[in-house]
Structures are given as structure tokens and as C-alpha cells.
Write a protein that binds this ligand. Structure first.
Ligand code: AP5
Ligand code: MG
Length: 227
């Protein structure tokens, strides 16, 4: 059965950082809606015109656009053995649609990870973050020291929505529209919270053990449900 992981958590929690590591380790595709939108903006795709305004203000892009993107992405064969989803679902409506897609396609249960980090740490991380202007990867201290991206040699820049005013709005939008998604999943046997306020390697270790445990719970839950 495939391993289908969702990374939840506020802006700056480390969803992208951990999704990248987990996907590489498990040989699964990392599906990040934020990265997909930023890529569409860079390439000047039609859907990006309106999306860009919303992203720059820290608001959510409309549900239907996001659901269409995810429905198409999850129809590709590389997701048959599972996926790591970062940044979706962000509204309860998106969560319900994702459940419907998973059921239609006969995919296994979702392992839902909520990465918890205190707000002052989120603000600190986002103010400090720089990304590659070319491939979009988060810079690590070694890239900062070298002055360029380790993957492609691109220049490092601040993300357009990482200024203080937009970060405050993203946190407000998270509390209002995305926190209810955590509650939507909380009662499932495959829901887990991970402490994201530790060094990235420690978070990755906790995540790996937590996912193994949740996947076992998901497998026995599915078998139980079939009986
Ligand atoms: P998105 O790109 O998903 O942004 P976000 O949710 O605000 O989250 P971030 O990417 O800022 O944080 P992250 O949790 O990935 O943290 P990261 O690993 O980078 O979405 C952007 C916009 O797109 C949205 O505002 C919306 O407009 C739109 N959008 C996207 N999906 C949508 C959807 N489904 N519906 C509607 N609209 C949608 O880490 C942050 C920083 O901290 C980095 O510098 C990193 O190096 C550092 N760091 C990571 N882990 C640690 C650690 N353990 N200790 C110390 N530092 C760490
Ligand atoms: Mg991210």
C-alpha cells in the first residue's frame, strides 16, 4: 500500500524542509502547492496572474483552482506508491475534496502530520529565510556562506511574501482557515503531531518514527474497516 503523507502546520513550521527530506528518503514525489504556484508565476502561466496577487497579500488562492491542480497531479502514475503533500489541504473544503479524490482512485489512508512550532519562532524563521531565485530551494547556512544555491548555483533572495506585514496576514489566515483542517483530521487513527521546534535533523527523526507508527495504525484500521 502506498504511503500518502500530508504535512500540516503554520507558515515557517518546516513543512517544505521536512517534506523534501522525507520524499527523498522514501523515493516519493514531493507535491508542494506553494512551489507549484511560485513556479507558475515565474513562467507567467495564465492561472498565475490572479494567484500572484493573493500570494503577495498572504491570502489563499481559491479552492477550485487548488483542487484542479491537485486532482491533476494525483492522477499521475508517480503517485501510485504514495506522495508527500506540502501546503494542501488548507481549507476544510479542500480536505473533503482530497478525501473524495483518494476514495475515487482507491488510494490508501492519509497519514496526517501536524508540525507544531510557537509563533515567535515562526516569525523569526520567515524573516531570516532566503530561497534560490532560480530553483526555489530554501537556503541552508552553507548556501548563505557560499552566497549561492547548492543545487543550481542561483542567487539567494527573500521570498516575496516573507515581509513582516504579509507574514502577519499569513499567520492570521492560517488561524482562521487552516487550523480547522487540523481539527478535521484530529480524530483519525493516522493523525499525529510532531514537535517542529527542534533542529531539523531531530524533527526528521521524530517524523520518521511517527510516520512508521501512524502507517501501521492506518494499515490495521483499513483491515478492520474491511472486516
Ligand atoms: P506555501 O509556500 O505553502 O507557504 P506557507 O504555508 O506560508 O509555508 P512556508 O513555505 O512559508 O513554510 P514551511 O512550513 O514550508 O517552512 P520551511 O520548510 O520553508 O504557500 C504560499 C502561498 O501560496 C500561500 O500563502 C497561498 O497564497 C498559496 N497557496 C499554497 N497552497 C495553497 C492551497 N492549498 N490553497 C490556497 N492557497 C495556497 O521553513 C521555513 C524556514 O525555517 C526556512 O528558512 C528553513 O530553512 C527554516 N527551518 C525549517 N525547519 C527548521 C528547524 N527545525 N529549525 C530551524 N529552522 C528551520
Ligand atoms: Mg513551504
Amino acid at each position: 500500500m502506498g504511503l500518502n503523507v500530508i504535512m500540516l502546520g503554520p507558515p515557517g513550521a518546516g513543512k517544505g524542509t521536512q517534506a523534501e527530506r522525507l520524499a527523498a528518503q522514501r523515493g516519493l514525489p514531493k507535491i508542494s502547492t506553494g512551489d507549484m504556484l511560485r513556479d507558475a508565476v515565474k513562467r507567467g502561466l495564465p492561472l498565475a496572474l490572479k494567484a500572484r496577487e493573493e500570494m503577495d497579500r498572504g491570502e489563499l488562492v481559491d479552492d477550485q483552482t487548488m483542487i484542479n491542480i491537485i486532482r491533476e497531479r494525483l492522477s499521475r502514475a508517480d503517485t501510485d506508491a504514495g506522495f508527500v503533500l506540502d501546503g494542501f489541504p488548507r481549507t476544510v473544503f479542500q480536505g473533503r475534496e482530497l478525501d473524495a479524490i483518494m476514495e475515487d482512485r482507491g488510494k490508501g489512508p492519509l497519514v496526517v502530520i501536524d508540525i507544531a512550532v510557537p509563533e515567535e519562532e515562526l516569525v523569526r524563521r520567515l524573516a531570516a529565510r532566503r530561497i534560490c531565485s532560480s530553483c526555489g530551494m530554501n537556503a541552508e547556512p552553507t548556501d548563505e556562506a557560499a552566497g549561492v544555491c547548492r543545487r543550481c548555483g542561483g542567487t539567494l533572495v527573500h521570498r516575496a511574501d516573507d515581509n513582516e506585514c504579509v507574514v502577519r496576514e499569513r499567520l492570521r489566515v492560517y488561524a482562521e482557515q487552516t487550523k480547522p483542517v487540523v481539527d478535521y483530521y484530529r480524530g483519525r487513527p493516522t493523525f499525529r503531531t510532531v514537535n517542529g521546534a527542534q533542529p531539523p535533523d531531530r524533527v526528521a527523526e521524530e517524523l520518521e518514527a511517527t510516520i512508521a507508527d501512524a502507517a501501521r495504525a492506518g494499515a490495521s484500521f483499513s483491515l478492520g474497516a474491511q472486516r
